[in-house]
Design a protein around this ligand. Structure first.
Ligand code: NAD
Ligand code: G3P
Length: 332
């Protein structure tokens, strides 16, 4: 009999919950680390996450929730990181530098390490000595809420090692999830960071009462902005109309489930950053990402009007109305 894959999933939010559903239903043994002890107890007792996607039920002979991150990581060959980027350092702080030795690390995070302004894969290489070829990232337009509803979804697994990426695709594929490997790991990682900022801008415009016509122009201008940034930071031939790039931008810019768009919408309607964060039970990665990209762009000097506008609104308290007026004159 073939041995079950042993997979660790780190994080207690919506995306971690959706990934645990996919992987465990495909037969893997999933060791699931959640930071909140009450959530672990609840999962063990009732078989569902009380905070996120609580309608999803888990079979506890296959899903093993725990508060002990060391034990969780030690139990698996694959380790999936699914905590928001801003909390990664804190979440992994109990692990020593060699904790990931011999394992494949999979980042499901669409964000950068604040302050260090580096991608998650670079952070893992620099701080935990995980070689680049032992890493994958999960990209593609996919909301956890639709996975919970078993709606057809597409994921792209980026890795320098295509064999490893294909192996991980095999762990994900099911009746409603398609998965494909891609070698442009840095490109899809940066694109995922940028699309969150653009979704924030779309939300801001919507909150200010701009309509679909304006948003369509915002998204097409954003795609050019993303292309310029990727070309400056990581040039290589890539098809930006692919679902891991354009597709991810579209879902986050238009979906009712988008955290970043929802957050931006509140900002456009006049909420302060603090009150918008307080109101959301979820994390809008774009809020942190815009600071990192703004910092990186001081060196790169890429023309990024939308990203710069979002930065000024969120970090320099410039009025959203003023910034969108300026963007209006720049768009074609
Ligand atoms: N939700 C999705 O559909 C989706 C899809 C693809 C990728 N992602 C990515 O997955 C990652 C996780 O996001 P999510 O959507 O699961 O989160 P979420 O917004 O559903 O939940 C917030 C998460 O942040 C954690 N958190 C909040 N405050 C914290 C703190 N102070 N310290 C530590 N943790 C804290 C919560 O425990 C929870 O796990 C993000 O990088 C996101 O971009 C999400
Ligand atoms: O759309 P958001 O802001 O909820 O982000 C979630 C995922 O990145 C969508 O692919």
């Amino acid at each position: 009999m073939q041995e079950r894959e042993r997979i660790a999933v780190l994080g207690g939010g919506s995306w971690a919950t959706a990934l645990v559903k996919i992987l465990s239903e495909n037969g893997a043994e999933v060791h699931w680390w959640l930071r909140n002890e009450e959530d672990v107890q609840h999962l063990r007792q009732y078989g569902h996450n009380p905070r996120y996607l609580s309608g999803v039920s888990f079979h506890l002979e296959q899903v093993l929730p725990s508060n002990d991150i060391k034990e969780t990581v030690a139990s698996a060959n694959w380790v999936i990181l699914a905590v928001p980027a801003a909390f990664v350092q804190q979440a992994l702080s109990a692990l020593d530098q060699n904790a990931f030795e011999g394992k494949t690390l999979v980042s499901a995070i669409k964000g950068m390490i604040p302050g260090e302004n580096i991608l998650i894969t670079d952070f893992l290489e620099e701080h935990y000595r995980v070689p680049a070829e032992h890493q994958c990232v999960i990209a593609g337009p996919c909301h956890a809420e639709e996975v919970a509803l078993e709606k057809q979804s597409y994921l792209t697994i980026g890795s320098h090692d295509l064999t490893r990426a294909e192996e991980f695709c095999g762990l994900l594929r099911n009746r409603y999830v398609s998965a494909n490997p891609l070698q442009d790991i840095d490109g899809v990682e940066y694109c995922a960071v940028l699309k969150n900022i653009i979704a924030l801008a779309c939300g801001i415009a919507h909150g200010l009462n701009y309509g679909d016509n304006f948003q369509a122009v915002m998204v097409s201008n954003a795609m050019e902005e993303i292309e310029r940034f990727l070309h400056a930071i990581m040039p290589r031939p890539r098809n930006l109309t692919g679902s891991a790039y354009l597709g991810d931008l579209l879902v986050t810019a238009y979906s009712q489930f988008s955290r970043n768009r929802t957050f931006g919408n509140m900002i456009g309607r006049g909420y302060t950053v603090k009150s918008a964060q307080f109101e959301m039970n979820m994390v809008a990665e774009g809020y942190y990402a815009v600071q990192s990209i703004n910092e990186l762009n001081k060196r790169l000097q890429v023309d990024m009007p939308i990203v710069s506008a979002v930065y000024r609104i969120l970090y320099e308290r410039i009025s959203p109305g003023v910034e969108i007026q300026i963007l209006k004159t720049k768009f074609k």
